[in-house]
Write a protein that binds this ligand. Sequence first.
Ligand code: PLP
Length: 472
Amino acid sequence: MSHRQTKELDVLKHAAEAAERFREAVATQPPAASYAACRQAWDSPTPETGTPAAQTIDALRALAEPGLQPTTGPRFFGWVVGASHPVGVAADWLTSAWGQNCANHQGSPSAAAAEDVAARWLLDILRLPASASVGFVTGATMANFTCLAAARTHVLQKAGWDVEAQGLCGAPEIHVLIGDEAHTTVFAALRLLGFGRDRIKRVPSGRDGAMLAEPLRAALAACEGPAIVIAQAGQINTGAFDPVQEMLADIRARGAWLHVDGAFGLWARACPETAALAAGLEAADSWATDGHKWLQTPYDSGYAIVAHPDAHRRALTAAASYLPHAAGDERDPSQYVPELSRRARGFATWAMLRHLGRAGIADMVARHCRLARRMAARLEEEAGITVLNRVSLNQVIVSFGAGRDDATADRLTRHAVARVQSAGDCYVGGACWKGREVMRLSVISWPTGEDDIDRAAESIVEAWRYVARLDP
Ligand SMILES: Cc1ncc(COP(=O)(O)O)c(C=O)c1O
């Protein structure tokens, strides 16, 4: 190796040491600087000359670290995001260092093989049909997009229309039915696929945000022709599951495609204590889920799983004579995802599945759900705090100012969220749920323990008492 290469490689060790120091301190880091402060700090003219390797990384750290959220720490409850487990990060570093193009078997035989095996393990752990195909995508947004592209291909093919050749102009209308509390990114995916917002049938949901089976039955009966039903496993605020078992007979009788957005909730199937929540989902036609949520892989990592591999391949394949094809029925990584060149995501997924194993994943999901219930119980002990959902999974939503009028309670809740965020002991989010302001907590970071829950609950109660004193 040339002296020049050796010198450049030193920067990898330098970055690894910095990463270790960052992780060691993340649990107690101060709240992230504002975007405005970060933007100002980052502002500088286009570099005209280069900077030595280690100095470049030092400059990057100095600028980035003040504005990083503690998403990898044990008391980050702000969104449904995993905590990038060190094993996944290490595998991801190697993925970058190896620099593989995993579009096909020749581009990287190892990456293609790792994906194939990781896909098989995923299907086994999530208890989905072993014959399903899996695309390794950036996250649940693209997983939903990819699955729904396969659905579009399949239902139109059944109606005698080749959407790959003819597009959507003049195609039979596809009826899309979805719960009115589905995740916003599913609507975005539908839009990209040519299903306009106003043509999607939103089915009413109950108090917990789960789609109601009876209105779905009526909506299915009212439409003719190709249809796609989109169910949800794990509502973003409440963690609720659409009652798929109750809906299935109507969906099947209608010949509709059933897609499940299970960005985090699908992992309930990997844990005996929560599996009943997601019972019956194996009968669906496609499923979207994330690795960078409950599996704790680093970003970006999502899985588009389809029970009809032919439709999956047909919708996504991009072929050219210069691109080698997989032999026989071998799996070609690029045939199941929108992109050709991308990072070899199978390595980090393989590493996390290997590190945690079936038992480790089950334990982690069970622990997070137990911790969410512990958080809810702690908060409910305090007068003026109301837990609004039945905590069956890992989500807790809370309002403040019980007994006050709606506008006052909403204001108090907003202030309580802001106070907790600025105190910096833990991070919580805010949202509007069924027209009211709420604080939302997602327990989904691998390092979170009971002490973190108790400390965070204490910080939230303190924030509430402070806010209540100022606004009696
Ligand atoms: C139910 C649901 N669907 C889809 C998404 C989008 O996932 P991603 O951000 O990985 O694209 C999320 C994100 O939280 C989610 O909770």
